[in-house]
Design a protein around this ligand. Structure first.
Ligand SMILES: C[S@@+](CC[C@H](N)C(=O)[O-])C[C@H]1O[C@@H](n2cnc3c(N)ncnc32)[C@H](O)[C@@H]1O
Length: 249
């Protein structure tokens, strides 16, 4: 994958539509989604029996399927119609799935959910004000938002390792060309410093309950962690995503 700085920020249609199937297949088996992000989210969510959960940016529904197996009542939405189609194939025709954009008002009533999850989706948005206000609005008081984003320190390290000056303290766009199967498309991220994230969460009315940098899941195949495991890092932890549990006070 190649990276372009200060590239075009606007995306008229979802890049995920281009490579939905191949992307989804890869994330069923890869390190960062299958053995890292999803198990860590499930662990942070704890006992979800009977809880109504909104999966914002649900992709092809892998996490939603796990949440449902664990007793949650799941609603999902994604801006990519192709990803929602895959989620529907996985979760069945009765699943509560929507094509919707987190950057726009959400098609759900106030106080509708016990929890919401925004896994690897906020980092595509420039302005978090409206999206967080919407995620707050649809949660009942005391409900939780579990948010997972690219780790800002990992992005800064990557920038500097690829010869760029650090722009850590700016909110700035970064476009990568993603290739899955025979398809490629530009994917634009909006990177920002940690304090910009925590400020946005608290301004939207969330209390930060947990900030987590979890290890990979215990069942991760050891060969996937060979580059990370050492005497000083026995779990094979690596910098990749940052996990928040936020409470709608
Ligand atoms: C990296 S995937 C993560 C999918 C899923 N949350 C998971 O963790 O497996 C990001 C997903 O966010 C969706 N997405 C990107 N921007 C979005 C937006 N503005 N509103 C809703 N979904 C969006 C993409 O279509 C894609 O399915």
């Amino acid at each position: 994958m190649s990276s372009v700085h200060d590239g075009p920020a606007a995306q008229s249609e979802s890049p995920y539509d281009s490579f939905a199937e191949a992307y989804s297949a890869e994330t069923e088996v890869n390190l960062i989604n299958r053995y890292y992000a999803r198990p860590a989210i499930v662990e942070l969510a704890g006992d979800i029996t009977g809880r109504s959960i909104l999966d914002a940016g649900c992709g092809s529904g892998s996490l939603a399927a796990t949440l449902r197996e664990r007793g949650a009542i799941v609603t999902g939405f994604d801006s990519s119609a192709a990803m929602v189609d895959l989620a529907r194939q996985r979760l069945g025709p009765e699943a509560d799935l929507h094509v919707a954009d987190l950057a726009e008002p959400l098609p759900f009533p106030d106080n509708a959910f016990d929890d919401s999850i925004a896994a690897l989706v906020l980092h595509y948005l420039h302005d978090w004000t409206g999206p967080l206000a919407e995620l707050r609005r649809v949660l009942r008081p005391g409900g939780r938002l579990i948010a997972v984003v690219e780790h800002p320190h990992a992005i800064d390290l990557m920038d500097r390792q690829t010869g760029h000056k650090s722009a850590y303290f700016q909110t700035r766009s970064r476009t990568e060309i993603w290739e899955y199967g025979n398809h490629s498309a530009p994917v634009t991220f909006w990177d920002r410093p940690l304090h910009a994230m925590t400020d946005a969460f608290t301004t939207a009315g969330f209390r930060i309950a947990v900030i987590s940098e979890p290890p990979p899941a215990p069942d991760t195949p050891p060969e996937m962690l060979a580059d990370f495991v050492s005497e000083s890092n026995p779990t094979g932890s690596f910098l990749c995503f940052l996990f928040f549990v936020l409470v709608a006070d």
